[in-house]
Structure formats: C-alpha cells, structure tokens
Ligand binder design. Structure first.
Ligand code: NAD
Ligand code: IPM
Ligand code: MN
Length: 360
C-alpha cells in the first residue's frame, strides 16, 4: 500500500496532537510494510505569520498532489479581530473547498471506559454510537451574498443549497446507514427556512432508493435536546453545514470530551482528516491536549484513504484498551490522580498497545 500524506498541523494544540497521530500512522506503515510518505506544509495562523496568508499556494499545490491530507487545527486569539476572509479559519475553509470533500463524517461513540466521564448518566449514554454526516461545502459558510456593511450597520450571510448538493451528501449518509443500524435522522429547520424545506423534500426523495433504511426528520432545536436525552435512539444523523458543526460538538458530551472526536471528509478529489476540536488556545503548549481524537482520525484515514480496515480497527481497539487500563489525559481525568498522562505519554501508550496488537 502506497500513500502520500500531507500533514498540515496548524496552530495551538494542532501540532501537539498531530505529532502523536503521525507516529501511529508511521507505526502502522512500518509494521504492515506499507509505503506511507509524509510531507508537511503551513496552514492557519502559522501560515499568516510566515507567508502573509492562511492558505499559501504551495500548501494547496502539495495538498492537491497528495492522497490524503491530515490537519491538526487552526486559529488563535491574536487573529480574532481580523475579517473572516483573512483569519486562520479561512485557510481551512479554502482548503476544504479546493479538496472537494462534501461529506464530513463525525462519529460520536460512548466508550464503555468513559461512561463516567459524560455529565449524562451512564444508563443514558451506554451504547450510544452516532455517526454525523455533516454537509461541508454549502450553507451559510459559503453562500453568497455575504457582507458586513459597517456604515449601514447591517450584515448578512446566505444559507443556500442546491438539490444536487443535498442529493450527493444524502446518498453517502444513506449508504453508511445501510451498513450500520439502518436508521437515518435528517436534521433541518423546515418549519421556518425555505432552504430546509428543499433539504427535507430532497432527502425524502433520495430515501426511495434506500428502502432498507428508515428515514426520520427532526428540527434542529428538538434534535439538540433528543441527542442529550436519548442518544441511543440515533444511528446516522444527516445535516447541513452549520447545524452539523454545532450538533457534533454537542455530541462530544456523549463521549466525554471534545478531544476524543475524529472526523473524515470524503467525496472529493482528496480526502481530508481532522479532529473535530479546535486549536484550544487555553491549553496549547502545555502538553495537556488529548491526542485520541487525532489518533482516531488517523484510524479514519487508514479506513477511508488506505483501505486498511483491519489496521483502522486495530488503532481504535488500542485506544479503547488504553482507556480500559485507566489512562487519561487531563480533560478526561475528573479528579483522578493516577495515570493522568501528557499528550505525548498518551500517544506512547496507544503506540505500545497498537504494536502488541499488530504483532500478534
Ligand atoms: P476548541 O475546540 O479549540 O476548544 C473548546 C474547549 O475544548 C476548550 O476548553 C479546549 O481546551 C477543549 N479541547 C479542545 N480540544 C481538546 C483536546 N484535544 N484535549 C483537551 N481539551 C480540548 O474550540 P474554541 O476554543 O471555541 O476555538 C479555539 C480556536 O480553534 C478558534 O480560533 C476556532 O476558530 C478554532 N477551531 C478550529 C477548528 C479546526 O481547525 N478544525 C475547529 C474548531 C475550532
Ligand atoms: C470545525 C470548525 C470549523 C468549522 C471552523 C474552524 C472553520 O469549527 O471543523 O468544526 O466551523 O467547520
Ligand atoms: Mn466546529
């Protein structure tokens, strides 16, 4: 297996967690005799500082030549007063658009070792296993017109979707639901928004091609409540860009920490892999970041870009086993004193466990 991976570590805890995920990918490559090559490039705040732009042309060129792109996180407080199109986050949005992936897969899983970590009661989260399919290239993030008219004191963004954009992401969600528990919840705000009415009508139409999958619709406000009340009732959740951004962070509560959540963006020219969390300026540079979201993102890369399902599962099992052994990063410690590890130490534990598993 040959794979060229571009690593764009970005800002804040991005480089810290990415370092651990890359070690895991390298271990899988070496143990399995795969030819994984890694290149690095700048994105986000570090790119603004070095090159004056959040997505330098050379980063984009190398990304488009790669088989997969692994991103840490972008953003930092020092850039918060910049206009949206010059901020670190703009670099990420431009990269997403250029790579073309429109289906952002965000699994949220209640690890049995972590049921005490969720503020929700164990009997509520136990067994929860949700896959969000977040549309990633449309909606308010990219819709035109958009502007802030400072003189007039008004600002606007446009939530726009075409039927084709809804159909292509819905197909991916139905396919994935068909391989899981065969239930799809489509989330919208069709009681208020025309764009959501188009969304709902189109998803309903696509459903006819997937008779084995049960489709239900929920309004986004109610969904945000049901997710916390009855997370086990969800299988695949399909939704538009901004709703998916919000609901997937909310779903971190089921797992116990935002630092646990991985993501993969598929459907375009080059797949993009990024943990769900951001650059976490509050803990950056302290070795406190949880690298497991990034490591689980590496597992998604093995699954969706390398076709190495067994190795992806081995990484996921190694994470579970390290958690079962009681190891925690600070975000998961909840008063625990022993076996609270730094980012690097947690990476090392997963590495050790993975090597034992792959050797066997
Ligand atoms: P955030 O995800 O960075 O942090 C939210 C909270 O979760 C913080 O308390 C943080 O310490 C904690 N957290 C996040 N990841 C963690 C990890 N791996 N281990 C332990 N704790 C973790 O969100 P924010 O604070 O709202 O945003 C900070 C910056 O990150 C902003 O500039 C934002 O735009 C950016 N951001 C980037 C991405 C991305 O690059 N994909 C995603 C989200 C936010
Ligand atoms: C995410 C982030 C990004 C988004 C930002 C940083 C552009 O919050 O990946 O969830 O809103 O998509
Ligand atoms: Mn987000």
């Amino acid at each position: 297996m040959k794979l060229q991976i571009l690593v764009v570590a970005g800002d804040g805890i991005g480089p810290e967690v990415t370092g651990e995920a890359v070690k895991i990918l390298k271990a899988v490559g070496e143990l399995g005799g795969h030819d994984f090559t890694f290149r690095e490039a700048l994105i986000g705040g570090v790119a603004i500082k070095a090159k004056g732009t959040p997505l330098p042309a050379e980063t984009l060129d190398v990304a488009l030549e790669s088989d997969a792109v692994f991103l840490g996180a972008v953003g930092g407080n020092e850039f918060n007063s910049l206009p949206p199109d010059r901020r670190p986050e703009a670099g990420l949005l431009q990269l997403r658009q250029a790579l073309g992936g429109f289906a952002n897969l965000r699994p949220s899983f209640a690890y049995s070792a972590l049921t005490q970590n969720s503020p929700l009661r164990p009997e509520v989260v136990d067994g929860a296993d949700i896959l969000f399919v977040r549309e990633l290239l449309g909606g308010l993030y990219f819709g035109e017109p958009r502007a802030w008219d400072r003189e007039a004191g008004s600002a606007w963004n446009t939530m726009r979707y075409t039927r084709e954009e809804v159909i292509r992401v819905a197909r991916i969600a139905f396919e994935l639901a068909g391989k899981r528990r065969k239930k799809l919840t489509s989330v919208d705000k069709a009681n208020v928004l025309e764009v959501s009415q188009l969304w709902r009508a189109t998803v309903t139409e696509v459903a006819q091609q997937y008779p084995d999958v049960t489709l239900e619709h929920q309004y986004v406000d109610a969904c945000s409540m049901h997710l916390m009340n009855t997370p086990r009732n969800f299988d695949v959740v399909l939704t538009e860009n901004l709703f998916g951004d919000i609901l997937s962070d909310e779903a971190a509560v089921i797992t116990g920490s935002l630092g646990m959540l991985p993501s993969a963006t598929i459907g375009g020219q080059v797949n993009l892999y990024e943990p769900v969390h951001g650059s976490a300026p509050d803990i950056a540079g302290k070795g406190l970041a949880n690298p497991l979201g990034a490591i689980l993102t590496a597992a998604m890369l093995l699954r969706h870009s390398a076709g190495l399902e067994q190795d992806a599962v081995a990484v996921e099992e190694a994470v579970k086993s390290v958690l079962m052994e009681g190891y925690r990063t600070a975000d998961l410690a909840r008063g625990q004193q022993q076996n609270v590890l730094s980012t690097k130490e947690m990476g090392k534990q997963v590495y050790r466990t993975l090597c034992e598993r792959i050797d066997r």
